[in-house]
Design a protein around this ligand. Sequence first.
Ligand code: BTN
Length: 327
Amino acid sequence: MKSEILSLLKNTSDYLSGQKICDTLGVSRTAVWKIIKQLKEEGYVIDSVNNKGYRLLSCPDILSKEEIFSSLELAGTSFVRKIIYLNEVDSTNTRAKLEAENGACDGTLIVADEQTKGKGRRGRSFSSPKGVGIFMTLILKPEILPQKASMLTLIAGLAVCNGIRQVTDLDVKIKWPNDIVYNGKKICGILTEMSAEMDYVNHIVVGIGINVNHSDFPEEIKDVATSLYLETGRTFRRSDLIAAVIKEWEAYYEIFLKTKDLSLLKDDYNSRMINTNKKVLVIRGDDSYEAVARTIDADGELLVEKDGTLVKVMSGEVSVRGVYGYV
Ligand code: BTN
């Protein structure tokens, strides 16, 4: 009910009468009054005027279930069917896998305000301090072959890239396969994990970590990480960003499911990819070679030019770095 009242308030620029809220939601005046009081305590600035009603003046940057749901509704997406919000968790991906094993439905979103063991790719950690970032994981149960799962990472990359662009106006790019970068530094990382049989996917979890309002980073990643705040001088409401990213995700995921590959999305991806025509170092285990990145194909593989021939590079298999640094 709280998220419905919040949605009504967010959707109305003028005063909304208490009676209108009661009639729309079929609840008592006292129930409405109590929820408005709670919202005010959480930091929502709501003007209450006798005979006029309530008017929402500003929303805090909090990530409650109700805040996220109402932002998703305002953005016009109904992709997320259930939200699990946690003040603190080891890793939203780890929690998502647990929830999925225990029967959580397709379209469940786990969001945390802080991660104590945020996971990155290749066993690395992901810095996840309290109150400034987006740490979220989507649980998906698509009818696709297990070998297609890594494509979802690329789709998430596209969705994050567009979502960030809409909310911040920053011209962020994708570093294949799964980082979002700006000014040569990383703003977001994506980690896709899967539980599958040989030819059947039980579930896939797509974890997204966005550096939003961070004002600094630990020494060891200072040179390669940045945040939306550091790049713009502005802070952003994380729930607005989540909603923009999920809305984009919904549209891209629908297109992906039509063909179950990236044939309809690769041009979009290529236009946002930072590696295009750049010298890259392809690192496979202890081996590495220099090449020039060209485009991705319909399977999401990166085509690199090595000694005049095109070689396909798969995302799970190798790491691609700029010859002179991270990008
Ligand atoms: C990477 O850059 O290597 C991937 C980083 C992925 C981080 C996100 S934050 C939400 C989700 N939970 C995790 O533990 N990791 C992902």
